[in-house]
Design a protein around this ligand. Sequence first.
Ligand SMILES: [Zn+2]
Ligand SMILES: [Zn+2]
Length: 277
Amino acid sequence: MNKRSMVRVIAASALLAALLAGGAGGTEGENMLPLDKLSIRIIYDNIDPEEGFEAQWGFSCVIGGADKTILFDTGGKGDVFMNNLAEAGISPSDIDIVVISHEHWDHIGGLGAFLEKNPEVEVYVPASFSKEFKEGVKGSCSGLVEVKAPVEIIPGVYSTGDMNGPVREQSLALVTDGGVVVITGCAHPGVDRIVEKAVDVTGENVLFIMGGFHLRGAEKTRLDEITSVFDKCGVRYCGASHCTGDESIEYFMERYGDRYVRLGAGRVIRGTDFDRF
Ligand SMILES: [Zn+2]
Ligand SMILES: [Zn+2]
């Protein structure tokens, strides 16, 4: 056997081992979240608030229906974040895990105020976050987890990993028995790349993509390009908010029609809202 075919045999057996160990990145069903139990509560958003909630620039939501309750991002202003959280009927002690998408003020702003009330949480941040930020958080929570590669945070809940882009960012991919739900902060690496990454990491199609898409002033050709990637990845439902931009939001509303999901502080998105395909 020459050297090249030897390499090929080794590569093939590594692939076989990976497949036997649970699929090449696939979830094999055992860790899927029941879609019917999923709930996503928007805590912080700058558009379209529910009564009693304050709209300010930034994004945050709380995810229920997995083994642990996850806070994703914390908005821009600590007091607004804490008030909106209370308005949603969520106590800081209800949260088990915090995931921060990227190091922009409008996503990390409420973290300090939150950790003062509940320091007993693990905080997941992209490994590329500044040393100052990481040092500060490390001393005020039960554990700081630096994310580089994609990782399963708890059963059925994945981080896309620390993705490159104009700003480095991680997004969440929730694997449910109805498809993957992807949640972005600002989607600086590109919302299309994030959706593709979620498929790659979970081995499943995406049912619903939501969050900030960072598409202010985007050309229609760019939006068409994004939705064709969404189509390819199986996306059926879409909810765009925060930094997506009014005109781009209108584009997605038109494109998805009654499968467009409105976000805005105070809204609750339930797995039972979705049709299964
Ligand atoms: Zn933002
Ligand atoms: Zn941002």
